[in-house]
Design a protein around this ligand. Structure first.
Ligand code: SF4
Length: 764
């Protein structure tokens, strides 16, 4: 850090904002981790996926990370980590880290500038656009990868401080469906489960989830199950998980809704439903039962392509189960009728009484490390803490909790991600601030997305790297610290707040996202409104205040030290919970728990199953709807928006390739170790019958065309995919050149998993 930046900023800041002056400590390791433990290690929740494993980071005498291992005491991962976790420090040391702000010059090149100039240009250009086109003409797109406190700060700053109306996050691409489904069916976005349910079920139904690859540590939890469970995988592909399952239901792509309604019909017809539970805790069952009558086994077999015996066996397995858990991920969420599909899974859990008990639940598994934080705290389409912008009482509550004038809080929900991009096309959105996501690579039909970004009057990208496709399109790049270079909390799939710790220096002038937001507030002129946001932990206290009385109430979590000692805490954890039951401390966790009465059943030898460490929702059968009853929600299935035809006869499926790749590979591609664990170039899975018919051999170059464009990919000939289908891993830049821009109408989540394509052998 140069002293000149320090001096420049000091000159521009008055005494009221002195604390915002950049100083050398901003660009280094300000202090050894506050939560350094006696063994010279720090614990930090992993910054990749939503499993939320705890990593033990081993430090040198200055408090900087040397290497890491998996934390054996954490109730999530029990000493395990996947390849990404073991390599979590490597991307921090990559040579292409953004180390200084970059501004596009008159020659069209990005050139280094100091923070003062960057922030003046950022605020000046956005204000100019707002003055000309209205406050709503600038928007932001955020991420599920930054800390909860940072998400909360960004949403509050952009909307209450900078006057934006619209902002969304890349969680729209993975979890919006689960949010919409839970809200309508259960009254709140409330995944009901805890990871111990993987070990307590006697039937585990994985719907559109390749758990072995996408959530390998959760698969290990399945392997810990001592009840010899039936493991059912519903997926068109014979994925790694399907091959390890006891039943694989290889349905036709996007026929899920028909199958789910057909299962409901069979279970009702055979009396395999829990009438007492339905009568006491749900509403709408009679209408649903009537609706499901149309989904006869004959119809289901015809529309799903399943054998009658497969359907029969699946229904019988669910009917026989005492503790059935249903789990879904992107195979459901990324579909054209995703919300109704997720709700059809919830319907099955409700009608069989498989919710609120150990080993049960209608359970969405999240994608990113902090998608759950984004769902509740990013203030995008929800107001902070799961509130509603359109509700005056909610606006008043948040105004008081944050000390923000109520009139600064928008009265309507934001446009969703796809609508913000469409807003660029029609000229309504002119300025965009993208934080820690790679829109130009990951958005569906990315060619169009990239063209839209180019139409903006001003694009700001805040990221660890200036080399992403999106950063390369920016007018201004703000260099950000990554996981391990800052502190804050993540919320994992089972609603557990976990702490991340600063264990490394961000390079050059890169700053934490939290610090960048403080500076933007100051340069925008709204710094006083955010004076209380003085540190991530101070922001955490504000977040707590916003959740009081909500289903996600966390007022009982005292502070970061409490989270650290407890091994993470699942929401809700209210003040009353905290008074009634101490959360076990982490050191000597097993010994702490051995004497507890609840462990008399022998679970002392499995401390991670302790009830205080593993809490699920709805044990009392009360849901978050106005009458306390869960709703049966249903709708007739619709055909996919782009079915195969004579010109494009294949159905393109997309999904995760390996457990060593993360999304657009922005970070995982930085690791020599991880790169050895997956193919360097894009490949396409093709059935041997199709390969024979088209004269294609394994390894041949293929041309895959859709209505959006054409790519080449190496042929991977395998019977794990059905004839007439082709699979591309989502991580490669080529994949989304082909996908079809369509969204589920309720969640507005993109339907990545079905597009029509043609396949041929590339000319030599
Ligand atoms: S990427 Fe996910 S499964 Fe792997 S170590 Fe991190 S949190 Fe655990």
């Amino acid at each position: 850090m140069s002293g000149s930046i320090d001096a420049t900023l000091r000159a521009r800041t008055g005494p009221m904002t002195r604390e915002l002056v950049l100083h050398p400590a901003d660009f280094g390791l300000a202090q050894v981790p506050a939560r350094l433990n006696p063994a010279g290690t720090a614990h930090s929740v992993c910054g990749y996926c939503s499993t939320g494993c705890s990593l033990k980071v081993h430090l040198d005498e200055r408090g900087e990370a040397l290497n890491l291992s998996a934390n054996p005491d954490y109730p999530v991962n029990l000493g395990m980590a996947c390849p990404k976790g073991w390599e979590a420090l490597t991307p921090l040391r990559a040579p292409d880290r953004a180390t200084t702000p970059l501004l596009r010059n008159d020659r069209g090149e990005l050139e280094p500038v100091d923070w003062d100039r960057a922030l003046h240009v950022f605020c000046g250009r956005f204000k100019e656009i707002q003055a000309k086109h209205g406050a709503a003409s600038v928007a932001f797109l955020s991420t599920g990868q930054i800390m909860t406190e940072e998400m909360a700060f960004l949403g509050a700053l952009a909307k209450f401080g900078m006057g934006m109306k619209h902002g969304d996050g890349n969680t729209r691409q993975c979890m919006a469906t689960a949010v919409a489904a839970y809200k309508e069916s259960l009254g709140f976005d409330a995944p009901p489960y805890t990871y111990a349910d993987f070990e307590e079920s006697d039937v585990i139904v994985l719907w559109g989830s390749n758990l072995c690859i996408a959530h390998p540590i959760l698969w290990q939890r399945v392997m810990n199950n001592r009840h010899s469970p039936a493991i059912v995988v519903v997926d068109p592909r014979a994925t790694e998980t399907a091959q390890a399952a006891t039943q694989h239901v290889a349905l036709r792509p996007k026929s899920d809704l028909t199958l789910l309604y057909g299962l409901a019909h069979l279970l009702i017809a055979r009396g395999a439903v829990n009438r007492d539970y339905i009568d006491a805790h749900t509403t709408g069952f009679e209408a649903f039962a009537l609706f499901a009558r149309d989904f006869t086994p004959e119809r289901v077999v015809t529309e799903t392509g399943l054998a009658p015996a497969t359907l029969e066996k699946l229904a019988a397995t669910i009917a026989r189960g005492q503790r059935v858990s249903f789990w879904w991920t992107m195979g459901v969420n990324q579909g054209h009728e995703a919300t109704r599909t997720a709700q059809a899974i919830i319907n099955l859990a409700l009608m069989t009484g498989n919710i609120g008990r150990p080993g049960t639940g209608a359970n969405s598994i999240t994608g990113q490390c902090n998608a759950m934080g984004s769902r509740l705290y990013s203030s995008t389409t929800n107001l902070l803490g799961g509130h509603d912008y359109a509700n005056a009482a909610h606006r008043g509550k948040i105004s008081r909790a944050l000390g923000v004038p109520e009139e600064k809080i928008p009265r309507e929900n934001s446009l969703a991600y796809d609508q913000i991009l469409d807003g660029i096309a029609d000229g309504a959105i002119r300025g965009l601030w993208i934080v820690a996501t790679n829109t130009a690579h990951s958005w569906i039909n990315r060619g169009r997305a990239r063209d839209l970004l180019a139409q903006l009057d001003f694009l700001v990208v805040q990221d660890m790297y200036a080399t992403t496709d999106t950063a390369q399109a920016a007018d201004l790049v703000l260099p950000a610290a990554g996981w391990g270079e800052k502190e804050g909390t993540f919320i994992n799939s089972e609603r557990r707040f976990g702490l991340t710790t600063k264990v490394a220096r961000a390079p050059g002038q890169a700053l934490s996202d939290f610090r960048i937001f403080q500076l933007v507030a100051h340069y925008w002129g709204c710094g006083e409104m955010f004076a209380k946001w003085s540190s991530p932990e101070a922001a955490f206290q504000l977040m707590k205040a916003c959740t009081r009385g909500q289903p996600c109430d966390i007022t009982g979590i005292r502070d970061y030290a409490h989270l650290e000692a407890a091994g993470g805490i699942q929401w809700p954890w209210t003040e009353a919970d905290e008074v009634g039951a101490a959360v076990p401390s982490r050191p000597g966790l097993a010994a702490d728990l051995a004497d507890r009465p609840e462990n008399q059943d022998g679970s002392a030898s499995r401390p991670h199953l302790n009830p205080l460490q593993q809490r699920r929702l709805f044990a009392d059968g009360r849901f978050f709807t106005s009458d306390g009853r869960a709703r049966f929600v249903f709708e007739a299935p619709r055909p996919p928006p782009e079915p195969p035809d004579a010109e494009f006869p294949f159905m393109l499926l997309t999904g995760r390739g390996t457990s060593s790749q993360w999304h657009t590979q922005t970070r995982t591609a930085k690791s020599d170790v991880l790169r050895k664990l997956y193919p360097a170039h894009v490949y396409a899975e093709l059935h041997p019958d199709d390969a024979d018919r088209l004269g294609i051999a394994a390894g041949d170059a293929l041309v895959i065309r859709s209505r959006r464009g054409a790519i080449t990919a190496a042929a991977f000939v395998t019977a794990t995919i059905q004839p007439g289908q082709v699979f591309l891993p989502m991580h490669y830049a080529e994949t989304n050149l082909l996908t079809h821009w369509s969204v589920d109408p309720y969640s507005r989540q993109p339907a990545y998993k079905a597009a029509a394509v043609a396949v041929s052998r590339a000319k030599a």
